[in-house]
Write a protein that binds this ligand. Sequence first.
Ligand code: ZN
Ligand code: ZN
Length: 412
Amino acid sequence: MNEQEFDAMLAKYADVAIEVGLNLRKGQRLMIQAIIEDAPFVRKVAESAYKAGAVYVDILWTDERLTRIRFETAEPESLTEIPNWSIARYEEYLSRGDALLSIASQDPDLLNGINPELIGKSMKARAEKFEAVRKYENQYNWCVVSTASPAWAKKIFPDAPEAEAQSKLWEAIFNSCRIDTPNPVEAWKNHITILLKYKKYLNAKKYTALHYTAPGTDLTLGLPEKHQWMAAESTFKNGITGTVNLPTEEVFTLPHKDKADGVVTASRPLNLQGNLVEDFSLTFENGRVVKVTARKGEEILQKLIETDENAGRLGEAALVPNSSPISQRGHLFYNTLFDENAACHIALGNAYRDSVVGGTEMSKEELLSHGANQSLIHVDFMIGSAEMDIDGVTADGTHEAIMRKGEWAFNV
Ligand code: ZN
Ligand code: ZN
């Protein structure tokens, strides 16, 4: 791809983020969270947003090197310091229902070697501070996309020179996000239609539980009575329907916070703030993790589960066929946005309000009483593989095949 071709692809990608991801409306303001390496893409997004009628585009820039410098240099007690204005900025946008685009291109090794205790403390302080704006969840249209930042690209393709690693990662992003098709917006419409059919099928079934089996996994997740399957599209209180993740291949719901039992073994490593957790298993009883084992990163995983009283319970169960285009690339992305779309996954921590019927109108207490977990964290990890079978359990106890050997076991 020459420079001109790349520039054109970047512009198409920006258009997809604005039209399919955010479905930005004329007159909306847009806030973008980005790292400084994202700048060329951010400029294209701003252009596309203004063309679509945005009235103001605001960028929250982060220099991630500064994050590491702070951990390495600042007094440990000061790592919980967060100025109020930084929350106020979110509050202003989110409370009005403005659009939010997050760009997730972080260096997966950013905090490698930093004391997990300090990372845990700072993560918790930030999550607590942001609790104040959590009440605006579902009020605004949001979307997460990624760019091929140099550090991330080098992590995936360590043997290639930086420029080559970056262009390989761009190729993977453009391909996974259907930007390399003649009409990406049309391609997305077709893809979303298919995902919505799976969602509809599963919602009609009203399963009471899911049963997962694979090497190292025998897990039963009870589903709340009011659970609802979601895919590809979300409708927000500002009246806009968008697609929150680009790419997206998942159909997901929530497990009941008190109804996870058995053992689950991760099928891919988990990257926690620059620390890799590898070959790990979690044992659940009555919804809660009672045992953690990991060949690498056990301490940081344990710390994560101790973030708050419900961090050791589950908030999401997502189905992704093993043949998904991202899975077929055959390598880890070290980035949840991509890795979670390569395999079935579950998430520790918070459940999405809209995976409960009527959930967006419920108080925290009501959500809990319907089995929707409430926590400061939401961390996805991959459990699916070509060896995974999943059954849906009906109200009368019948087991029906949902997935066999990692693929959908029914037609839609
Ligand atoms: Zn998911
Ligand atoms: Zn998730």
